[in-house]
Design a protein around this ligand. Sequence first.
Ligand code: PLP
Length: 371
Amino acid sequence: MEKAENSFIELPKPRKNIGDLQPYSAPLEGRRNLLRLDFNENTIGPSPLVIKSLRKISRDEISIYPEYSGLKEKVVETLIKQNSNVFINSSEVGIFNGVDAAINAIFHAYGDFNDLMLTTSPTFGYYTPCAQMRGMKINSIPYEGSDFQYPFDKIYKFVSQNNPKILLICNPNNPTGTRLKPERILEITKLSSKTLVVVDELYEAFTGDSVLPFVNFQKIPNLVVLRSLSKTAGLASLRIGFAIGNSKVIDIVKRVTGPYDVNSFAVIAAFAALEDQPYTDFYVNEVLEARKWIKVQLEKYHVKHHMEGGNYFLLWPKSNPKHVEQKLKSSGILIRNMDKKKNLKGSIRVSIGTIEQMTRFWSAFKIIDDV
Ligand SMILES: Cc1ncc(COP(=O)(O)O)c(C=O)c1O
């Protein structure tokens, strides 16, 4: 006889915070062969040098554990080449399995049970689950006004009064594009040496607002800057990103990762992508041109939108965002529905690709939303 389904089996108990956790979820399946304007990825692919170096990978390379030597130095060299005021050395760079892994590691290393995490809302959705995993208390201060200004005075006051353990600043912010001047970030770092200020600069290539040219991490040890090769360089699937900060802080954060968390394919591709910075610059310029073009269309046709920093913008269609999302999808175009996000009711987020891709989006959107 078959045993009855055992609904009363007792499962091993996870930590309380994990049992209660709402994981970060993103609709990641079935995106191939569509025009992907939903995750702010590079929409044309990485440099040909990246593809060439991946094709050359030997059998040996696959069967041995990854090696990282020279990569941090390459990151430093690239950053200094981009801006000669950047003053960092390789011990101030940590390599991670994407910036997501760097964020998780920072919370793991610094966020204790009941510690405070301060951020803004709406912002990138992975900060909150990372804080929750550690049992941290979360305070998110909303962006201000219809143009989503950074709530600087409130953040300033909160940090001065409460010394949160971690402050997360997404600059420019995803999804509002809100920009914050590097000088203002430095003001915040001076408020409390107990607060680790983490600046997520994933989209800084589109604004040029990086705090890096203004810092000496020996003098400002409570600041960490995050950079990734996912978006501009087009390596999202390979997972590689960097945390840059005081060498002692980077050393602490690296202690909670595995020794080989970043794989050899990512390392080889990263060398090639960093070598071909002109390709990334070319792509960024292409996006900035496309941004100008789509902005002209939106203004001409009085379509409600908000576009500030980053390779994305918010748009409020006349019709239901879900309907627009579905209709665009049937035309082969993906966007992100933001209707359920706090303070973004009725909106969608559209990533910016090339002018040709934005033309395709615009032609479809005009019909769907009767513009
Ligand atoms: C603001 C922000 N930070 C971090 C990430 C994750 O980046 P990575 O692909 O390097 O893990 C994303 C990805 O969407 C993002 O938008």
